[in-house]
Write a protein that binds this ligand. Structure first.
Ligand code: PLP
Length: 371
């Protein structure tokens, strides 16, 4: 079965006369459990939930390894760090990876005695730092810089040295790029972003090939209580059905917009892995099925970037990315990322591309006139 069919059918309940296609959401703390608890499929809401079970089944089919749902992307990231690393271990990670992941490493892992080696994503810099490491953490394309590394190459090199490999796959989603198929041990994502795509929930997941790691990750979730709400999970499953349709539209729009931006004299540092002229395109084309909804570029100054964002009528100013509505933000307003003041992270939605391009065009003209 092709992925476009799989994603629409994944995790549906067996057909039952008079029942919905996707079983309705189950809200429960404790479940009726008399006597020996091992005779009951569900006992307590922090351990398991039927709505999780069906969504995790869907993700498992798409990832090609057991998927475990978490309350947020950060809860999923923390589960991988928490189960793989202990005092004295070495973690190799990109210096340009998601700010929240770097912060967690600094504030928690390093304080607990984990050593960290950081190098940029571009140029597969991690290859040089694998000796003696426990975990190689990758994020490709990186957020927000959109650099790309070669997952299969790095995973092979890491495994030769006995190093575990995790990929933060948030930006492309599992349909855009499949880390487990490329050799990673852990595929991690924030499902807050493109996977669910409606900007209405916070969620994450981890997928693994090895059942022992699946058990460890699941136990971590139970012990830390990093459990997703059943309503969020049900909404996520509902949204998953349109993932391929959304990505097709978003990525087509993103290419059209980045091709337009490439012609703008005021735009510098344009990055979109789908652009043939992008430095990341060659590796991206090897390992990605969709290049994702995110573009980045730089305007001359903070003022120019702020003017541009407020001059856009169709582009909602907001953080996060991957939703069906086009959003953008001046990334430096948060601190934490080494990006220029005029750096814009632009998340392309599903609107009509002609409308988006003419809106961006009129906003660029306003900025130019203001000087
Ligand atoms: C947003 C994001 C996260 C964190 O996800 P939350 O759902 O906000 O907790 C992790 N990694 C990347 C690359 C992200 O963009």
């Amino acid at each position: 079965m092709r992925i476009g069919t799989k994603v629409i059918r994944a995790g549906l309940s067996p057909t039952t006369q008079g029942e919905p296609f996707l079983a309705s959401v189950t809200f429960a703390g404790p479940y009726h459990t008399a006597g020996d608890p091992s005779t009951s499929p569900y006992t307590y809401g922090r351990y398991h939930n039927p709505t999780w079970t069906q969504f995790e089944q869907a993700l498992t089919e798409l990832e090609g390894g057991t998927a475990i749902s978490f309350a947020s992307g950060m809860a999923a990231v923390a589960a991988v760090f928490g189960t793989t690393l202990q005092a004295g271990d070495i973690l190799v990670m990109p210096s340009d990876s998601y700010y929240g992941a770097r912060l967690l490493v600094e504030e928690l892992c390093q304080k607990m005695g984990v050593q960290v080696r950081k190098t940029p994503t571009a140029g597969n810099g991690q290859l040089q730092h694998l000796d003696g490491a426990k975990l190689l953490w990758l994020e490709t394309p990186s957020n927000p810089g959109l650099d790309v590394c070669d997952i299969a190459l790095l995973a092979d090199a890491a495994h030769e040295k006995g190093v575990l490999v995790a990929v933060d796959n948030t930006t492309p989603t599992v349909l855009g790029q499949n880390p487990l198929a490329l050799g990673a041990d852990f595929s991690v994502a924030s499902d807050t972003k493109a996977l669910t795509g409606h900007s209405d929930l916070i969620l994450g997941h981890v997928a693994v090939r090895d059942p022992t790691w699946a058990d460890k990750i699941r136990s971590w979730r139970t012990q830390m209580g990093a459990v997703p709400g059943p309503m969020e999970v049900w909404l996520a499953h509902r949204s998953l059905g349109t993932l391929e349709i959304r990505l097709e539209r978003q990525c087509r729009n993103a290419l059209i917009i980045s091709e337009y931006l490439a012609t703008c004299p005021d735009v510098r540092g344009l990055r979109y892995p789908g652009l043939k002229s992008d430095p990341a395109h060659k590796i991206a084309a090897q390992q990605m099925q969709f290049y994702g909804p995110v573009i980045s570029f730089v305007l001359a100054s903070r003022d120019h970037a702020e003017q541009f964002l407020s001059a856009c009528n169709l582009v909602i100013e907001a953080t996060s990315f991957g939703g069906i509505r086009t959003t953008a933000e001046r990334r430096a307003r948060w601190g934490g990322d080494t990006v220029p003041e005029g750096f814009i992270r632009f998340s392309v939605g599903c609107e009509d591309s002609d409308d988006l391009v003419s809106d961006i065009k009129q906003a660029m003209n306003q900025v130019r006139q203001a000087g």
